[in-house]
Design a protein around this ligand. Structure first.
Ligand SMILES: *Cc1c(COP(=O)(O)O)cnc(C)c1O
Length: 382
């Protein structure tokens, strides 16, 4: 046989550097979660694996604080969780009120358009929360709106919006609510049932501190009813919940093959969700809040200023303007990465070059990390 093309003998096994992940995700992963990831792969229809999937569903219900039967994990990242919500709940021609106060609200709009929905856009400035009064006005001028979609924790700016008020507004107008809880879940309260969120999705690699590539989702009975009574087929075969539900088990019928679940990644998710249950949600929220306070005091002493007004700040995503003396933020960010193995996030959109996004997500939210960052910064700045 002749020599095969494309052989590169220079390539060896990949050995990533050990970083401290203090950006907008992924976050640091606990050794217990890494250990779970490397356990032996078994068949995805193996009764033992199916049993584990049932536990993942239950742990997902806990994380979202819901009794929704449709609570499971999409085999793809947070963006696919977002797409799952939109492709299943938006039928062509339906009006959707979309709140946009950052990057991810813009992506929701893109999803509505691609589903053939008719968007009603409620814009707020980057760094501001969604204004409920504007949403109220949108419902008044569009009483036929079927869905309200908003981002609970806008990772591009570090803003928290009032999910409870927004969901209540949707309910009063006979609309379903879609909440992006990718960054909020486990970092701040996400009370799905109490607030009446109809569809929430999250991501594995933010405050759950699991490996990237999975998206926990939950749908209320009203949302499930809508998916089941659609007039048109869900445009995505892979994300069609009518099919995915049969794979994750609806409690009635036998599970049917839909796709091969990412077996080992789900072991990791099981462990991450279990650790959250062990810690309890209340303690996890409190830990995030405490480390945010510690970071805030240190950063302000160094001359950093917060982008977001205090009542709307996310503890897990700190958007800050750099001290005056720093002329080029990217140099400082690169030095943190190269000299301290520490990653912080850059600004997006109009905030590029102006802010940093410092994440304290999940396992990253520890006092050692906050202190390490503050010491590194004071060394680099002085
Ligand atoms: C990270 C993020 C997403 C996308 O998640 P991926 O896992 O990167 O696909 C969506 N929404 C928000 C608010 C996020 O922070």
């Amino acid at each position: 046989m002749s020599t095969l093309t494309g052989v590169n003998k220079q390539i060896t096994s990949f050995a990533p550097p050990a970083r401290r992940l203090m950006g907008p995700g992924p976050s640091d992963i606990h050794p217990r979660v890494m250990a779970a990831l490397s356990r032996p792969t078994i068949g995805h229809l193996d009764p033992e694996f199916v049993r584990m999937m049932d536990e993942v569903k239950e742990l997902t219900q806990y994380a979202f604080q819901t009794t929704n039967r449709l609570s499971m994990v999409v085999s793809a990242p947070g963006s696919a969780g977002m797409e799952t919500a939109f492709v299943n709940l938006v039928e062509p021609g339906e009006k959707v009120i979309v709140c946009r106060n950052g990057v991810f609200g813009g992506r929701m709009l893109e999803n509505v358009l691609r589903c053939g929905g008719v968007p009603v856009i409620v814009d707020d400035a980057w760094g501001q929360p969604v204004d409920p009064e504007k949403v109220q006005a949108a419902f008044s001028s569009h009483p036929d709106a079927k869905i309200l979609a908003f981002v609970h924790a806008e990772t591009s700016t570090g803003v928290r919006s009032d999910a409870e008020t927004l969901c209540q507004m949707a309910r009063e107008h006979g609309a379903l609510s879609i909440a992006d809880t990718v960054t909020s879940l486990a970092g701040i309260p996400v009370l799905t049932d109490e607030w009446g969120i109809d569809a929430a999705y999250s991501g594995s690699q933010k405050c759950l501190s699991c490996v990237p590539g999975l998206s926990p989702v939950t749908l209320s009975p009203a949302a499930v009813e809508k998916v089941q009574s659609r007039k048109t087929k869900v445009q995505s075969w892979f994300l069609d919940l009518n099919l995915v539900m049969q794979y994750w088990g609806d409690g009635h019928s036998k599970r049917t093959y839909h796709h091969t679940a990412p077996v080992n990644a789900l072991y990791a998710m099981h462990e991450a969700l279990l650790m959250l249950q062990e810690e309890t949600l209340e303690n996890s929220w409190e830990r995030h809040a405490r480390q945010h306070q510690r970071l805030k005091i240190g950063l302000e002493a160094l001359g950093f200023r917060f982008l977001v007004d205090e009542p709307y700040r996310l503890p897990q995503l700190n958007s800050v303007f750099l001290p005056e003396q720093v002329k080029e933020e990217s140099h400082l960010r690169k030095r943190l990465l190269n000299e301290f193995n520490l990653e912080v996030g850059a600004g997006l959109g109009d905030l590029t070059g102006k802010i940093w996004r410092i994440g304290l997500m999940g396992h990253t939210a520890q006092p050692e990390n906050v202190d390490f960052l503050l010491e590194a910064l004071s060394e680099l700045l002085h």
